[in-house]
Design a protein around this ligand. Sequence first.
Ligand SMILES: *Cc1c(COP(=O)(O)O)cnc(C)c1O
Length: 473
Amino acid sequence: MAPESPADRRRALPSVDRLVRALARAAPELPDWALREGARRALGAAREALGAGAELPADPLADRLAAARAEAAALARSHPQRVVNATGVVLHTNLGRAPLADEAARAVAEAASGYSDLELELAPGTRGDRLAGVSRLLCLLSGAEAALAVNNTAAAVMLAVAALARGREVVVSRGELVEIGGSFRVPEILAQAGVRMVEVGTTNRTHPEDVRRALGPETGLILKVHRSNFEQRGFVAEVELAELVAIGRAHGVPVVEDLGSGTLVDLRARGLPPETFVPARLATGVDLVCFSGDKLLGGPQAGIALGRVPVVEAMRRSPLARALRLDKLSLAALDWTLRALLEGRSEEIPVLRQLLEPAEAVERRARALARRLEKVAGRALAIGLEATRAPVGGGSIPGFELDSHAVALRGAGSAPVLAARLRAARPPVVARVADDRVLLDARTLLPGDDVRVEAALTQALAPGAQSRGAPRI
Ligand SMILES: *Cc1c(COP(=O)(O)O)cnc(C)c1O
């Protein structure tokens, strides 16, 4: 007999229909579309593997059933789903940056589940401005003349640049041509906004004279960009915002700052770097400051632009404004967040609470969690406490870390595998691995997370965890 060819081996696989029928018996709780798509994917993967020379498993149906079930279960899970952030990184980009306060989330649900006066003036019954309310709150909080909120900071910067300098030149330091994770790169944003970038200075040093020399009849604006995710040390010089403002004034050129991350309450005395306080940036006389709603502000994804009336008006009138506008759900969350700040309830905002919680309080919470987990782990794990340093993260304050405390889990095989099993639990717990231990940092645990972590660890250590698709320890 001729040796079995890949085509023969592929023919030995079950058909999609047969696999779907077996799946429906094994996992009746999963929806039909997920079963069918899961079966298709599991068979596709097997065909590819056989084509590449893999052996046919002893029982192809059972083998594909397990793979298809895992695929179908993953497809059937909603996305994004709630996870526990035990990384200690307050603004974790992959975990959705700022969590909203429960009350802010309720405001979102309220705006989402019914009609609202989003663009209606109730008293006269005439058309209203969706942003009038948050603009007023932003001006009250910051002292700005005018305010605008759009989809995110990238949108705010692009809108500002396009509105002020389309077809003209934008002067920016070579030390500030930054990339903020993924798709935000200053040169590309400027190109998309339809301006010509004029780079000044060098990577490490830019002087006021470099900026002055670059100004001319074609200059539309001077842009300053915060180095949110890296630091420069050594032989470095940058032109401070106040200095740029003086240069801009002298030449009649507007100055815009992409601050990235900022707060509207003064946390400088609590250890936050001075440049994060937006009202102080505005006090320099800068024409516009742009920053994120879901970084240090602690609200929803949004790009907030604060500054002088003519600049904000030019942005509002730009044809791009509609494409970049804030949706009503984010607006509801932003409105709640700004009111909380205005009313001195900043401790109700999770990001601010996490940033301001004293290290001793974090340690107490870590200790309580350790006791809770000791009961679950029994003799399977060694559980201890460790002092850690928690970075704020999210491209906000590079090099700035908070003293924190973590529960350290040791034993039961390799630490990366235990971490993977915690991620596979319901709800998933995302932890940090350091050498041979899994660290659960208490600083970023939200109220109720201790119970969630306990449930996840129980699942991760359960004898059946492996057969349910959790990684092998
Ligand atoms: C984070 C950041 C951005 C991007 O903000 P998004 O709100 O995610 O668009 C832009 N510029 C700077 C300096 C940043 O730190």
